[in-house]
Design a protein around this ligand. Structure first.
Ligand code: SF4
Ligand code: SF4
Length: 190
C-alpha cells in the first residue's frame, strides 16, 4: 500500500526542484535571438562563403587575378579573370565568380591566396529558391559592399546640420519685399 505522506513529500520535492530551476533561469542572460530582426554574430572561425577582401587604399579588390585559388579549388567552383593594362605591372580583376552549390568550404582557395585577398565571410543567412541564387558574382558583391561602406563613412560628414527654422519674413525688409515685387510685376504682365 502506498504511503500518502511519502507521495506528498515526493511531489513537493519535485515541485521545489522545478521552481528552483525556473527561478535560476529567470535571472540568466537571454539567449533568444529575435530573428530576423536580430542576427547572430558569428565567431571568427566561422566559414560562410568565400569573399574578396577590399583594398581600402584603392577602394578595389585586393585580388591580383593570379588564379592560384582557382587552381587550388578541388571542386572547380571558382572562375577568375583579369586584364593587365598597358604599362602596369599588376592585373586588374574583371571577373570572380563562385558556384557555392559545389563549394565544400575546404579553405584550399583561401590558403592558396598569397595576397591575403580571399577570406571566409560570416554570412549565415543565405537562402534561395533555386540553385542560380548561389552562383555568386563576388566582384559585384565587393563593389556593392565598398559603395555601402563609402556611403556610411561619408554620411556623418555630408549630413547637413539641422537647419534652424526660418524666421518669418519681415515684409518691411528689402529681401522680403523683392520677391513680392517680382510677383506683382509678373501679375501685371499677365
Ligand atoms: S572553400 Fe574549397 S571548395 Fe570552396 S571555393 Fe574554396 S577551394 Fe573551392
Ligand atoms: S589567389 Fe588570391 S590574388 Fe590570386 S586570384 Fe585568387 S583571390 Fe585573387
Amino acid at each position: 500500500m502506498k504511503n500518502p505522506l511519502k507521495e506528498v513529500a515526493v511531489g513537493l520535492g519535485s515541485l521545489f526542484t522545478g521552481m528552483r530551476l525556473t527561478i535560476a533561469q529567470f535571472f540568466k542572460k537571454d539567449v533568444t535571438v529575435q530573428y530576423p530582426h536580430q542576427s547572430l554574430q558569428m565567431p571568427a572561425r566561422f566559414r560562410g562563403h568565400i569573399e574578396l577582401v577590399l583594398d581600402h587604399e584603392t577602394g578595389k579588390a585586393a585580388c591580383i587575378a593570379c588564379k592560384m585559388c582557382e587552381k587550388a579549388c578541388p571542386s572547380e567552383c571558382i572562375v577568375v579573370d583579369g586584364v593587365k593594362p598597358e604599362g602596369k605591372g599588376k592585373k586588374i580583376l574583371t571577373e570572380y565568380t563562385l558556384d557555392f552549390t559545389r563549394c565544400s568550404l575546404c579553405a584550399a582557395c583561401v590558403e592558396a591566396c598569397k595576397s591575403e585577398a580571399l577570406v571566409f565571410s560570416r554570412e549565415y543567412n543565405l537562402a534561395g529558391r533555386n540553385k542560380e541564387d548561389f552562383q555568386m558574382d563576388l566582384l559585384r558583391r565587393l563593389e556593392a559592399k565598398s559603395k555601402t561602406e563609402a556611403y556610411h563613412a561619408a554620411a556623418p560628414a555630408a549630413e547637413p546640420e539641422a537647419a534652424a527654422p526660418a524666421a518669418p519674413a519681415d515684409p518691411a525688409t528689402p529681401e522680403a519685399a523683392a520677391p513680392a515685387a517680382e510677383t506683382k510685376a509678373a501679375e501685371a504682365q499677365q
